[in-house]
Design a protein around this ligand. Structure first.
Ligand code: IDP
Ligand code: MG
Length: 151
């Protein structure tokens, strides 16, 4: 089953949105297989956002993501990467559809609540930056039969 890396950014934690967002992912049927709260160090921020080095917003992005605790997670499910990206909504919350996480809870590009991997390759890279293999839990849930129609 596909895995994706999801991070609740410092604004989500400060605005008490963590439970709401985790609840949405759970209720969709995705399975939480790893979770930790941490304050990201400068070097990890620069590695995580390596694709954006040199862009005008890079420094503010690194400053923001290191400004307070984040909640890093791995979620598993069929097409988990694309499913989470759709649930997140557009990068710019002003353009994000209502019903998406950014479309419901954010107004500003710099403070857009949530990160989700944009491809299975990015997911693999990001998961290994934040989690060791031993921290990723493999387990089954009876509900999966009802989610995927295999009962
Ligand atoms: P994503 O988070 O939807 O994958 P990316 O293009 O990977 O979007 O950008 C990473 C993060 O950088 C965004 O979530 C947003 O917080 C910030 N960002 C992206 N583009 C801009 C911009 O043009 N101005 C300011 N911040 C930006
Ligand atoms: Mg991205």
């Amino acid at each position: 089953m596909e895995k994706t890396f999801v991070m609740l950014k410092p604004d989500a934690v400060q605005r008490n949105l963590a439970g709401e967002i985790i609840g949405r992912l759970e209720k969709r049927g995705l399975k939480l297989v790893a979770l930790k709260m941490l304050k990201i160090r400068q070097e990890l921020a620069e590695q995580h956002y390596g694709e954006h080095v040199g862009k005008p917003f890079f420094q503010s992005l690194v400053d923001f993501i290191t400004s307070g605790p984040v909640i890093a997670m791995i979620w598993e499910g069929q097409n988990a990467v694309q499913v989470v990206r759709k649930m997140m909504g557009s990068t710019d919350p002003q353009a994000a559809d209502p019903g998406t996480i950014r479309g419901d809870f954010a107004l500003f590009m710099g403070n857009n609540i949530i990160h989700g991997s944009d491809s299975p390759q990015s997911a693999a890279r990001e998961m290994s930056l934040f989690f060791s293999e031993a921290e990723i839990i493999s387990y089954s849930k009876d509900l999966e039969a009802w989610i995927y129609g295999t009962n």
